[in-house]
Write a new protein. Structure first.
Length: 439
């Protein structure tokens, strides 16, 4: 199991004056079970998801002359990231000799899709198993969840950056599981490749039968949000590299303005993220007082609201055209009063911002309830009247536990019998089938 927090200074957990202190404050962070130095890859390795430099390094390792590496890497890059090639045989402008050399030690394999669940609203959730990275995996790679959310004018892919999560946010299902390790750049990018495979989102490919995908001619996956499992800024090197691969205009081709990195507030990494990734920023705020945010988002004890918001004001490139999104989960009787709405407006004064109000998505064992709809509407009205866009995020994929705050790897979540069903080839959709038939 994950051990205690990196943070050794145990500050208060929000008990007010005269109130009984309920015990030690919850840990801010978890330590990873797997250290990077323990990762050892054996056997053929995939070229899917690599950076350009890593791809060139693989070519150098098999003896491709330096004068040819850039051109050859460009050819491979196009086939992998533009055409979605799944076999070296598809690469018609790559020499037979080079394809033979590559096929001996490399593949174009994707991570395994263990199961796919499709919500009534068209949301798709994939349980993805990464290739084993060493003996610690017990011949089974790490598992993460990735979610595709379609709309008429866009398709958003919610990607994970960690196996588990460093943080311990009390309202988030993912935060209740252990932290195994960070995902590599290759593993993050591979989630996009898997999604395009499953949706037929490559030139000449077709979407699966009955798929609900954008109809305006755009790519099925047009937006990326780092809002899946994990805290992206505790894996900032790989996240920055992954944004670079995803946004390469000669490859996967997503606009950086359509890539959003959501963080609970790892303030020291903000400047680097803005300068090197130039991605859009989203903040999991959820409270307007330090005492409450210390409980909901324990990281606040390290980087309190005032420090967090100053870092937002200083975020490179922030402007009315590149606003910061503030996520605010609506918890009944906890953070949803008129006073909370007015304080939120006061705190964000001077920050180009929009505020996403997120109806709380319940999960087994949670102590919170979603605010009543009338209360959410009243909160939104106060924020909107103050001049901020305040859309209420429509819950998507609730019936398959794919909504915001509900992700938790099936390894952690499924009962032993359900786990056995997956191993025998029965998808997770079979495990959950019928659970909501009466809705």
């Amino acid at each position: 199991m994950a051990t205690a927090s990196f943070d050794s200074a145990r500050r208060g957990n929000g008990a007010g004056p005269g109130e009984a202190h309920p015990g030690p404050a919850p840990a801010i962070e978890k330590t990873p079970e797997i250290r990077p130095e323990a990762l050892e890859t054996t056997g053929p390795t995939s070229l899917v998801g690599l950076t350009r430099e890593a791809l060139k390094a693989r070519l150098a390792a098999i003896g491709v002359p330096e004068r040819e590496q850039r051109m050859r890497a460009g050819q491979l890059w196009h086939w992998i990231n533009v055409r979605g090639a799944a076999s070296f045989d598809e690469m018609t402008n790559v020499s037979k000799v080079l394809k033979g050399q590559l096929a001996g030690i490399h593949t174009l394999d994707r991570p395994e899709v263990v199961s796919e669940q499709v919500s009534r609203d068209g949301t798709r959730k994939w349980l993805i198993r990464m290739p084993p990275t060493g003996k610690h995996d017990h011949n089974r790679g790490a598992e993460i969840e990735c979610v595709y959310i379609p709309a008429n004018d866009r398709g958003t892919l919610c990607v994970s950056s960690q196996v588990g999560c460093t943080l311990t946010c009390s309202f988030c299902h993912t935060g209740t599981q252990r932290l195994v390790r960070n995902l590599s750049c290759q593993e993050i990018v591979s989630q996009l490749v898997v999604a395009r495979d499953r949706l037929g989102d490559w030139p000449g490919k077709t979407p699966p039968k009955g798929a609900f995908v954008p109809v305006d001619g755009s790519r099925f996956v047009s937006n990326i949000v780092f809002m899946g499992m994990g805290e992206p800024l505790y894996n900032v090197d790989n996240v920055i590299d992954a944004v670079g691969v995803m946004s390469d205009h000669e490859g996967l081709g997503l606009s950086r303005r359509r890539i959003t990195v959501s963080t609970s507030g790892v303030v020291p990494q903000f400047e680097r993220l803005g300068l090197e990734a130039n991605a859009m920023l989203a903040i999991s705020l959820h409270a307007v007082r330090d005492e409450l945010r210390n409980e909901l988002v324990p990281l606040n004890r390290k980087y309190p609201i005032r420090e967090l918001l100053q870092a937002c004001r200083d975020y490179p490139g922030v402007s009315n055209a590149r606003r910061i999104t503030f996520e605010y989960v609506m918890l009944k009787g906890v953070n949803d009063s008129d006073a909370d709405a007015r304080e939120l407006v006061r705190l964000l004064k001077g920050i180009p911002a929009k505020i996403n109000l997120i109806p709380f998505n319940p999960w087994p064992g949670s102590k919170y309830e979603c605010s009543d709809w009338e209360r959410i509407e009243r909160f939104s009205e106060i924020v909107f009247n103050a001049g901020y866009a305040s859309p209420v995020r429509t819950p998507r994929g609730r019936d398959i536990l794919a909504a915001c705050g509900q992700l938790k790897s099936e390894t952690e979540k499924l009962r032993a019998r359900a786990r056995m069903m997956l191993e025998e080839g029965i998808g997770a959709e079979g495990v959950y089938a019928g659970a909501h038939d009466d809705d």
